[in-house]
Every structure is written in structure tokens, then in C-alpha cells.
Design a protein. Structure first.
Length: 326
């Protein structure tokens, strides 16, 4: 019997191919793992670098703000010593040929450059605010209304609660709040029943929201009107008061308010009579009812940094006590 020739057998590469496929997958997984580790390392390094940069900027900004506060206080002391020159400003400038720059207290800020950074510095006499302790109910209601709380019930809650906070007893006013109210709300403090020591205590009082306290771009806040160091006669210094305070004069036209602000930018208002040509006669008695030209024993210096897209951040404030005048 004759055997037919057999065709040669093809080599079996399936095992070798499986090995190569496994090796390729292993390389891919290792590459992916190394890539993820590298990405994680790069992200961590970037975040740490960004955090370090932010810390450096924050420290630098702190030093800039502290330097600006010192500059503001220095400028006030310079004004205090030389304020008599303001009455002879024209004569001084004619003799010296230089512009007289004295930073008298006013609501509107000045600009300065500290270490290459533009800052705004505001020097304000606390006489531009009402003394919160002992302020009459009538004026306190008017202040709360001017800050935007015009609904009678909500306004009276804030007014009565402020008065309850400062009185020395535990008796409720009609819309006020004493210790039992704060405990019922789950708060870990009680009604103080003593005078305000710092203005931000207002944030602890019933009905006083952060918006009512701080105000906004379009309306003032309680912090613009009230202070433990404010004037005790119930009238505000016309130079240092907030622009919105001029709206305490009912129906005073906005163009008149703008003229008063422009006038105090030119120089300090020495007497309310200086405004007789600006304020119409029908509003002048109200002007005298709400405002004076006065000084207190406390000066507030406030600073903030100017950013490329407007002012960045809020004001940093410091109250300076000055010697009582005899």
C-alpha cells in the first residue's frame, strides 16, 4: 500500500501570541499608571505652587494695607498740626508755588501708591456717625428706614431689639428681644443688656442681617450710620457722614446732595452757613436738624487695594483715639 505524502504541519504560534498580547497589555497598564502618577505629581506641584503664591500675595497685601493705615494716620496728624493753613490756602500756594495737600477728614477716599500698588485711604471722623448707645427712637427708626428696611413691622423689630440689647433690664419691648428669645433660637449667647462696645455687635441682635448691617452698592448699611464712638448730640458731622446720610433730609434733591459732596471735596466745610447757596431754603432747617460741623475724639482710617477691574476686597478699618480737646 502506497502512502500519500502528508502536507507539512504549520507551527502553532497561539501560545506565543498570547504571551505577546499579555506583555503588551502589561506595558499599556504600566504606562497608564506611570502617566497617572506623573499627572498627580504635576497637579500636586502646581497646586502647592499656587498656594505658595497666594500666601505670598496675602502676606504682601497685609503689609501694604498696614502701611496704608499708617500713612492715613500720619496724614491726619499732619493735617491736625497744620489745619490753620487751609484758611490761607490760596496765599500759601501763591508764596510756595506748591499745592497744599492736607488730608482733612471726609467721607470720600484719597488714592495713594504703596510699594507700587494703588490703594484708597479714607480718613473719617467718627462724628460722622450717630452714637449708637442712647440714640433716640425717632432717629434710630429713621436710620433703619434709610438702610432699606421700610416695612414698619420689620423696622420696629430691629429698633426695639437694639434698644433691648443696650438697656439694663430683662423687660421686653413690644417687638424687641431679651435673653429668652436668643436661647429659643438655639444661640449660644444672651442679650447683653449693656452698651455696645464695637459696632459689629449689631450682627448679634435680632433682625439685623449681614445685608442690613453692611449695606450694598445701591444702599447704605447700619455700619455707615452707627458707632460706639459717634457723636452724642444726635447730629452728624457734615464732612464725615456717608453720602446716604444726606437722604435723612426728606425729599432733598439728588443734585443738591451731589453739590454738597462736591463742596466737601474742595475743602472742609467750616460752617453750615457755607451751604446756604447750595441747599434751598425749604430744606435748610432740616439740614440743621440732622447735621453739624463737629469733631470727636476718634478717627477711623480705612484702606483697601484697587484692582484692575475695580476695587478688590473690602475695607480694612482701624479706630484711632486722639487726645480729648479742652
Amino acid at each position: 500500500m502506497k502512502l500519500l505524502p502528508q502536507s507539512p504541519r504549520k507551527p502553532d504560534y497561539s501560545g506565543r501570541n498570547r504571551e505577546r498580547g499579555f506583555a503588551l497589555l502589561a506595558v499599556l497598564w504600566i504606562s497608564l499608571l506611570l502617566g497617572l502618577l506623573a499627572l498627580n505629581y504635576a497637579t500636586t506641584a502646581r497646586l502647592k505652587a499656587e498656594a505658595a503664591r497666594n500666601r505670598r500675595l496675602a502676606v504682601r497685601n497685609d503689609f501694604i494695607l498696614e502701611a496704608a493705615l499708617a500713612r492715613g494716620w500720619h496724614e491726619f496728624l499732619k493735617y491736625r498740626v497744620n489745619r490753620g493753613l487751609l484758611r490761607k490756602k490760596a496765599e500759601y500756594e501763591e508764596i510756595t508755588g506748591a499745592k497744599l495737600e492736607l488730608w482733612y477728614p471726609r467721607r470720600e477716599p484719597r488714592t495713594a501708591v504703596v510699594d507700587g500698588v494703588k490703594v484708597e485711604i479714607r480718613i473719617v471722623d467718627e462724628a460722622g456717625k450717630f452714637q449708637i448707645n442712647g440714640l433716640s427712637v425717632e432717629r434710630l427708626r429713621k436710620v433703619v428706614e434709610t438702610c432699606g428696611l421700610t416695612r414698619e413691622s420689620a423696622r420696629d423689630v430691629v429698633v426695639d431689639s437694639i434698644l433691648d440689647w443696650t438697656d439694663g433690664d430683662s423687660l421686653h419691648r413690644l417687638n424687641g428681644a431679651e435673653t429668652d428669645y436668643y436661647k429659643e433660637q438655639g444661640l449660644d449667647y444672651s442679650c447683653k443688656n449693656r452698651p455696645f462696645e464695637v459696632v459689629n455687635e449689631l450682627l448679634l441682635v435680632r433682625g439685623v442681617s449681614p445685608e442690613l448691617y453692611s449695606g450694598s452698592v445701591s444702599r447704605p448699611g447700619l455700619v455707615d450710620f452707627l458707632s460706639p464712638y459717634g457723636t452724642e448730640n444726635g447730629r452728624l458731622d457734615i464732612n464725615s457722614c456717608a453720602t446716604a446720610a444726606l437722604r435723612l433730609i426728606e425729599e432733598l434733591p439728588e443734585d443738591v446732595i451731589a453739590d454738597i459732596v462736591a463742596r466737601r471735596l474742595e475743602g472742609p466745610i467750616e460752617n453750615l452757613a457755607d451751604l446756604s447757596e447750595i441747599v434751598p431754603a425749604e430744606y435748610f432747617s432740616q439740614l440743621q436738624h440732622w447735621f453739624i460741623v463737629g469733631r470727636s475724639n476718634y478717627i477711623m482710617v480705612a484702606v483697601r487695594i484697587a484692582g484692575p477691574k475695580g476695587l478688590a476686597g473690602g475695607w480694612r478699618r482701624r479706630i484711632y483715639a486722639i487726645n480729648r480737646r479742652r
